[in-house]
Design a protein around this ligand. Structure first.
Ligand code: TYD
Ligand code: MG
Length: 454
């Protein structure tokens, strides 16, 4: 008897009853692939009360001391993990091909192994000799990491059952191949099966597993969005090509805060930690330039100062350009609309470019006021006073809302030599010695104060 066919979108994992050229769920083209059911176990007759095994229920209030975390002593990594590696946790590290995932994880493997955690690095993409050469280039040739170049999941699991290491790194999940599933490696069902086997191994044996996953251009982990739900922690390794900075960002973490970032710099000898990212994202600041504004932001638990750059120029097109790098395009449109509606400052007929320096991506609404300041400064061709940071959220009415952690932002600004800050009033302990806080309550007032217009 022919097996019933099922189809799955390789981008979003949505199930379809028949093949079509475009996925209805996510809109991706040519992403629907035929899937063979993972296991054709005996059909369960009834899911009623009969036949199951009684499971032991536990009190929520049981005392369970958290196991000690293992520190890699790579501070940027430990912080993103929520304070070190939790034994038995499953972690997915996603990122574009070539962004530096293998380099990062080989360095992490060496650190964990050096800290006494038995570490196995399984490469499905490179031969052992290649990995060894990379390790030598990184100056880690002598690290006590166990290495395998293998893609057969059954062999890998058998080996791990025997070895029982403390940490396994699988580079990458897309290359793993399980003989229980007869579809090609990299397909959704293979990736799902491999991730399932590896995460349940992690839970069963208390072994931490780090899975590497390649990401599509849209920023989704190719195929296995499902993997994101199976693991405890999802980290993205991101950065702009051509920039030497790389950011490891926690987007989900059952063992720590999400949105935490770790900052690294690419060097000829691998990734170097950047302990003070503010200095890096601000670049070399000389004379104040029109369109350039320093935003005092918060990334995870850490304040980070970032330079925002705007350029506003008459547009030769009937439809002016709006180009954003490192920020949300929809949010830019909103701020332009508020400036026009509430402050009568039109941007029609003008091309607008906005760039976050250093390749950082900002998601905070608190950047609104800094963006507005950069846009106005570029439009008026008037530089903001030097040594000033700006932050605050803009509402559609043109009112300004205080940003969370005002105190931390101000402290960081003061630490880096800034002498004034423009922000909505709010928060405690905003008196920082050496820093003048200029309160702004609505956008019109802000525009009038800073640019003498409005
Ligand atoms: P790689 O770690 O292989 O990326 P991924 O596993 O995400 O595909 O890195 C890509 C290339 O960049 C590789 O040739 C090594 C180089 N590289 C450096 O030279 N220095 C660095 O600090 C990093 C991260 C990468
Ligand atoms: Mg790689």
């Amino acid at each position: 008897m022919a097996k019933p066919k099922s189809f799955t979108c390789a981008e979003c994992g949505a199930a379809h009853s028949k093949w079509s050229g475009r996925c209805d769920a996510c809109g991706a083209w040519n992403s629907i692939v035929e899937e063979v059911p993972a296991t054709a176990g005996p059909p369960s007759k009834s899911l009623g009360a009969r036949g199951g095994r009684a499971i032991a229920l536990m009190d929520l209030a049981t005392e369970e001391t958290p196991p000690p975390r293992c520190l890699s002593r790579m501070d940027e990594l430990d912080r993103v993990l929520g304070g070190g590696l939790v034994p038995g946790s499953a972690i997915l590290v996603g990122g574009d091909p070539g962004i530096g995932k293998s380099t990062l994880l080989l360095q992490a493997a060496a650190r964990f192994a050096g800290a006494g955690l038995e570490t196995v690095y399984v490469s499905g993409e490179e031969a052992s000799a290649q990995v060894r050469m990379r390790a030598q280039r990184l100056g880690l040739g002598e690290a006590p990491v166990k290495l395998a170049a293998e893609t057969n999941l059954r062999d890998i699991l058998t080996t791990l059952e025997a070895e029982r290491p403390g940490l396994v790194i699988i580079d990458s999940i897309q290359t793993m191949w399980s003989d229980m599933v007869d579809s090609a490696p990299g397909s959704v069902s293979q990736v799902r099966a491999a991730a399932h086997e590896l995460t349940s191994f992690a839970k069963r044996r208390g072994v931490s597993v780090i899975l590497v996953g390649h990401v599509t251009k849209e920023g989704q982990i190719a195929g296995p969005r499902v993997v994101e739900h199976m693991v405890d922690t999802v980290l993205y390794f991101e950065g702009e090509r051509g920039h030497q900075f790389r950011i490891l960002r926690a987007v989900k973490n059952r063992f720590g805060p999400a949105d935490e970032i770790g900052v690294f710099e690419m060097t000829g000898r691998g990734l170097a930690e950047v302990a003070n990212p503010s200095a890096l994202f601000m670049g070399a600041r000389g004379q104040p330039a029109p369109g350039s504004v320093v935003f005092a932001g918060i990334e995870g638990t850490r304040p980070v100062l970032v330079e925002l750059q705007a350029l506003v120029a008459p547009s030769p097109h009937s439809q002016p350009r709006r180009t954003v790098v490192g920020w949300d395009g929809g949010r830019l449109a909103m701020i332009l609309a508020v400036l026009e509606a509430r402050c009568a400052i039109p941007f029609a007929g003008l091309d607008v470019y906005l760039n976050v320096a250093g390749g950082l991506k900002i998601g905070e609404p608190a950047a609104d006021l800094a963006v507005a300041a950069a846009l106005l400064s570029a439009r008026e061709d008037a530089a903001l006073p030097a040594d000033t940071v700006v932050f605050g959220e803009i509402s559609l009415s043109g009112a300004l809302r205080p940003a969370p952690q005002t105190e931390n932002r101000l402290k960081e600004a003061s630490k880096l030599g800034f002498t004034s800050a423009i922000a909505p009033p709010g928060g405690k302990n905003t008196e920082i010695s050496g820093l003048r806080l200029v309160s702004a309550t609505d956008l019109t007032g802000f525009v009038g104060d800073i640019f003498g217009a409005g």
